[in-house]
Ligand binder design. Structure first.
Ligand SMILES: [Fe+2]
Length: 386
């Protein structure tokens, strides 16, 4: 069966990549940039540095810094209004997954009809969006190389997953130096998110010969570099490795789809505002244990890639080694149980867990899982992760 593989037209990776921004803006023929970011980067000097690079090259720019964590449809509409008001013809996203996801939706909605909610799901966008250059500061969500954007629909209190080639950034600029100042917990949580991208891309029912090598590379890079990136924040080799892992994982999952971990993670984010990386990390061991019987050979390959098993182990024992290894990785990285995450509340969780399971199924991601769960099984997995 033929499969399609989508990536940005240019992916600029490595030390000094940020300096390539003006050349990329010029290559796309743009005159005026709207920089989409959050208050943190608007005030810590990084947005000013990006504006400075553009100004030096004679490129006009404005800054939209209203993106919050878990960006909403309200923010996206405000961003589109600003894009039109300043007469911009290109967007630059600067930040973690939230500013990049928001900028993707702003770019798309600049050329497609409202409301945003009609684009929830797969392949619903009619026209290409405005050109977008994505510059991640975390390693990473991989959002800079994916055609996925997750925006909270404030009307329904649901995290809308939108997947369409018209959401793909035109260019990704991945400079690991921008991730050097990530705090330890954020490094750990988005690092496990990256690992989850590699694992879910590899075991997905939609995995392809184009995505498999990237998924395995992502998994290997995380196993090699994540503990060091957490223990030694200034370790350049580890930061570079994690930033490459995020790019490979992003390219893989965007073209083969994520599965049950991400499906179950989004309701935790939407209802309890637990950050995306952390909510994936708390679910990964339990969901992996549940999913093993659906793809024993693939999970065994993951265990071997991570050093949790060797060629001498049977697939069954490698799979068990993977689950044990993921539990111990969470412990090493200081990932708490679901119930201990800030924002979780037992009574509210009990009242909402059925809705969470329904929302997870409705997202479509669990259908790609090696074992497709029922709503009752998802409820049980939430309790197991608690
Ligand atoms: Fe993710």
């Amino acid at each position: 069966m033929a499969t399609t593989f989508n990536v940005p037209a240019a992916v600029v990776v490595g030390e000094g990549a940020l300096a390539e921004l003006p050349a990329q803006v010029r290559r796309l023929g743009a005159q005026r940039v709207l920089l989409v970011t959050d208050r943190f980067f608007a005030t810590n000097g990084l947005a000013a540095r990006v504006v400075g690079l553009l100004t030096e090259a004679g490129i006009a720019s404005d800054v939209f810094d209203e993106v919050q964590p878990d960006p909403t449809d309200v923010t996206v509409r405000a961003g589109v209004a600003r894009y039109r008001a300043v007469g911009a013809d290109l967007l630059v996203a600067l930040g973690g997954g939230s500013p990049i996801d928001a900028a993707k939706a702003i770019a798309m909605l600049a050329t497609n009809a409202e409301p945003l909610s009609q684009y929830m799901g797969y392949h619903k966008v009619a026209r290409p969006g405005a050109p977008l250059i994505a510059i991640p500061t975390t390693a990473g969500t991989g959002s800079e190389v994916t055609k996925v954007s997750v925006i909270t629909d404030t009307g329904r209190d649901v995290k809308m997953m939108m997947l369409d080639v018209h959401l793909l950034p035109t260019v990704a600029i991945v400079d690991y130096e921008l991730s050097m100042s990530m705090p330890r917990d954020l490094t750990a949580h988005v690092g496990v998110d990256t690992l989850t991208h590699g694992i879910e891309a590899y075991v997905s029912r939609k995995a392809t010969p184009m995505t498999d090598p990237l998924a395995l590379s992502c998994i290997r890079l995380v196993a090699t570099h994540l503990p060091t990136a957490c223990a030694e924040p200034g370790n350049r080799e580890a930061r570079a490795g994690m930033s490459l892992a995020a790019v490979h994982g992003g390219m893989a999952f965007a073209n083969s789809s994520v599965c049950l971990v991400h499906g179950m993670s989004r309701p935790i984010g939407a209802l309890f505002h637990v950050p995306h990386g952390l909510s994936n990390a708390v679910l990964l061991p339990a969901v992996t244990r549940f999913s093993l019987p659906g793809a024993p050979t693939r999970y065994a390959a993951i265990a071997r890639a991570m050093g949790f098993a060797t060629d001498g182990h049977s697939d069954a024992s490698a799979g068990a080694g993977l689950v044990a290894g993921l539990v111990s990785l969470n412990e090493t990285l200081g990932v708490p149980r679901l119930g201990a995450c800030r924002g979780m509340d037992r009574a509210r969780f009990d009242a909402l867990v059925q809705k969470m399971a329904q929302d997870a199924l409705a997202s479509g991601s669990p259908a790609n899982n090696p074992v497709v769960p029922t709503a009752e099984e998802i409820v049980r997995l939430y309790h197991e992760a608690w």
